[in-house]
Design a protein around this ligand. Structure first.
Ligand SMILES: Cc1cc2nc3c(=O)[nH]c(=O)nc-3n(C[C@H](O)[C@H](O)[C@H](O)COP(=O)(O)OP(=O)(O)OC[C@H]3O[C@@H](n4cnc5c(N)ncnc54)[C@H](O)[C@@H]3O)c2cc1C
Length: 699
């Protein structure tokens, strides 16, 4: 039986707003409130002993101030605070992760609410989101863990050629061979051998990766149905094959979400050298205009503006939409913009906010004529989750399903796929508790599912700029969707393949899958074989704006006038300032962006660590700095920042620590190459196979 709140080793606190409110209807609300109360009382989901507390009494200055405790910021703050000699402050504009955000099925619960989402909308689009007034909604988390706390958790790395392209275009050191170890560093893949290969995956990192414990039968059937299109299914789009349909691996463990805050920050929650402040909105980086060196970070907390000092570096991890906004507010950006807002120019960098890129798709709606639209979440499925962390609540319905294809517009030789498919339907998000009998469902209440083809290498470029000098105002976001015809051309191909997929024998006969009657009725040319004009019209009306914004603080060499950070992620022309998040990507990866962002954060943190690690300045006698002694380089090890894991009082520990730091790659020991010799690291087989087939033109 479901029990009331468990007795955990630490008292459980209620964190964040109720997700039950996001469901409509009194009967639903009652059931959801009861269910949420039970969820909140479970020790494994609430994790009360490892939660971070917001700190009130801050120090005047810190060695590192990380702005934004999101997907990347949690990694950076977690890694930097592994060194007890460094004082690290993390400023997060939102609060801690609400306990129910751990339930995979409740993926959308914290969207569209002003306490957990920035509620961002684009500028009006001429050719996109027209069914929604032309303004596309871009959910962005305002919470610890950032978007890793509210995203679909899908684990996709992009394609080797993406990173080789970055390197060729000036991001020296970011080719696939160079970034691959940093994907491995964070990964703790639980399905090596069973689902994915050790050639591409790793164990021992902080982020568990595996399939959800539950996927609807329809998801597996769709993967099988894709065979009829001549498209072999795959277990791993991060492995040998870069095309095919699959039930994807995700960041989850034990039936619950794994945000980067859970993976990287909670294990260090007791570190005395890591201070976190929630609901603290960074408003400016303070830079000495003469030396161009960062001296502090200004932030707003409880209505008061404060400044905290920076001894070594400030790191912006506020995401693609807020890191450039902060640079602009700090006087770093295009001169015309800064002058327009009377912001003193600290460093002219024309690229700040430019190069905004996002994947874009079209939502195609289908009806399953043989499937009643019965709620997935009822008492039976709730019990399954409560007792075993299994069932529909332990998955995201069809959102865990994906596929990649090459259209005729794919890069030469099918090098990278240019279409990705996303799906929705069968969600267990809201319910009224009734155990439903499908037979009793009205024949008119049929289940609908969405297929969304997405263009993976968009050519349209947008920009982001200030709306005002008020840091609480959202920036102006202009993606220029469909400015370049390429995306529309690719989506047309993608949509036609989706219609063929829906019409495969398996999906047609088992589910009665048909284009949803009446969908897109304002668009001429609908039907079972819709015209190109109908599909174009759907893309303009029912645009899928995706959530993969990148590029607004582009990485590139100093001679690239549009580069904002160098390949070590240092802001050009400023000392002691880096951007480490999705904003630095020069172009979009071929796929989702969370794993690439974590890779960037691992890499960025290592750049910082390598730059400042103390043993470089160790005295000649070889003893190094002992805990409690003064340090020339930081002056911070005053005994307050002790951490038993790193106690330097004992010679053996010091040796271990030195060894761990000395090779510069502390994760090396966790590499798991199965029976293969370590020489494999240099094998060219690592590279994904490039020559994947191009999907036939005529469909
Ligand atoms: C709804 C949704 C679904 C997605 N699904 C997937 C998926 O399934 N798989 C996948 O790979 N990718 C997915 N993505 C994309 C992926 O999650 C993001 O690209 C990635 O998480 C971005 O990480 P980030 O660190 O750059 O930014 P974020 O994770 O957004 O972190 C930025 C953090 O900074 C904080 N912040 C911002 N401004 C300030 C300020 N001024 N002061 C203090 N703090 C500030 C924010 O509150 C936030 O916590 C999804 C994204 C969304 C929004």
């Amino acid at each position: 039986m479901i029990r009331s709140a468990e007795t955990c080793q630490c008292p459980i606190q209620e964190i964040g707003p109720s997700m039950a409110e996001t469901c409509s209807g009194q009967a639903v609300l009652l059931f959801m409130t009861i269910l949420e109360a039970f969820i909140n009382g479970r020790c494994d989901l609430a994790d009360p002993c490892n939660r971070l507390n917001s700190k009130d009494d801050l120090h005047d200055s810190y060695d590192f101030v990380v702005v934004g405790g999101g997907t990347a910021g949690a990694v950076v703050a977690g890694r930097l605070s592994e060194n007890p000699q460094w004082k690290v402050l993390l400023l997060e504009a939102g609060g801690d992760e609400p306990t129910p955000s751990a339930v995979p099925a409740w993926v959308t619960a914290y969207w569209e609410r002003n306490d957990t989402d920035w509620l961002y909308f684009t500028e009006p689009q001429e050719k996109a989101c027209l069914a929604y007034g032309g303004k596309c909604y871009w959910p962005r988390a305002k919470l610890l863990g950032g978007c890793s706390t509210i995203n679909g958790m899908m684990y996709m790395r992009g394609h080797a050629a993406d990173y080789d392209g970055w390197a060729v275009n000036g991001a020296t050191g970011w080719s696939w061979h160079e970034v691959f170890p940093y994907f491995l560093k964070s990964e703790n893949n639980k399905e090596i051998g069973a689902v994915v290969s050790h050639e591409y995956h790793n164990v021992g990192g902080p982020m568990p990766v595996q399939r959800f414990r539950h996927a609807p039968e329809f998801a597996h059937d769709l993967v099988s149905a894709s065979l009829e299109l001549g498209c072999p299914p795959t277990n791993d789009l991060n492995g040998d094959s870069s095309t095919g349909f699959t039930v994807a691996q995700t960041f989850n463990d034990g039936g619950s979400r794994y945000s980067t805050a859970r993976g990287f920050l909670r294990p260090g929650a007791k570190r005395e050298n890591l201070h976190v402040v929630f609901n603290a909105l960074a408003s400016k980086v303070v830079v000495d205009p003469n030396t161009k060196k960062v001296t502090g970070v200004e932030y707003i907390k409880d209505g008061a503006t404060k400044v905290v000092g920076v001894n070594k570096e400030a790191i912006l991890s506020a995401g693609t939409l807020n890191s450039p906004q902060l640079l602009l507010l700090s006087g770093i950006g295009p001169k015309e913009t800064l002058e327009q807002f009377d912001i003193p120019v600290v460093q002219e960098l024309p690229g700040v906010g430019q190069n905004l890129q996002n994947h874009v798709g079209v939502k195609l709606k289908f009806t399953l004529m043989k499937e009643p639209d019965a709620p997935i979440l009822d008492w039976a499925s709730a019990m399954e989750y409560m007792l075993k962390r299994e069932g529909p609540l332990a998955g995201t319905g069809l959102s865990q399903l994906t596929g990649m294809m090459n259209s005729k517009f794919a890069p030469a030789g099918g090098r990278q796929p240019d279409i990705q498919y996303f799906f929705s339907g069968y969600h267990a998000s809201c319910g009224d508790g009734r155990n439903t009998d499908p037979e009793n469902y009205d024949s008119l209440e049929r289940r609908t599912v969405m297929i969304t083809p997405v263009a993976l290498q968009p050519r349209s470029r947008g920009y982001l700029t200030l709306r005002s000098t008020n840091p609480t105002d959202p920036p102006v976001m202009q993606p220029n969707y469909f400015y370049d015809d390429h995306e529309m051309d690719v989506l047309l191909e993608g949509a036609k393949i989706a219609y063929r997929l829906a019409n495969t024998t398996l999906l047609r006969e088992k589910y009665g899958m048909v284009p949803a009657p009446g969908y897109g009725k304002g668009c001429p040319g609908s039907g079972d074989s819709p015209t190109d004009e109908f599909l174009r019209c759907l893309a303009r009306m029912y645009t899928a704006p995706e959530n993969h914004q990148v590029g607004t603080c582009k990485m590139g060499p100093v001679n690239d006038p549009m580069a904002v950070v160098d390949p070590q992620l240092r802001v050009h022309g400023i000392q002691g300032l880096r951007v480490i998040d999705a904003a630095i990507m020069p172009t979009l990866p071929t796929g989702n962006t969370a794993a690439p962002t974590i890779m960037i954060a691992e890499r960025g943190a290592e750049f910082v660590i390598t730059r400042h690690q103390q043993f470089k300045k160790r005295p000649d006698n070889g003893l190094g700095i002992r805990f409690g002694e003064s340090s020339q380089s930081s002056g911070t090890n005053n005994g307050q920042w002790n951490d038993n894991r790193w106690s330097y009082g004992n010679g053996a520990d010091w040796q271990n620590n030195e060894q761990k730091w000395n090779n510069g790659k502390p994760w090396d020991k966790t590499w798991n190459w199965g029976d293969k010799p370590r020489d494999d690291q240099h094998s060219t087989d690592w590279r994904k196979k490039y020559n994947t087939p191009t999907y036939p033109e005529s469909i």
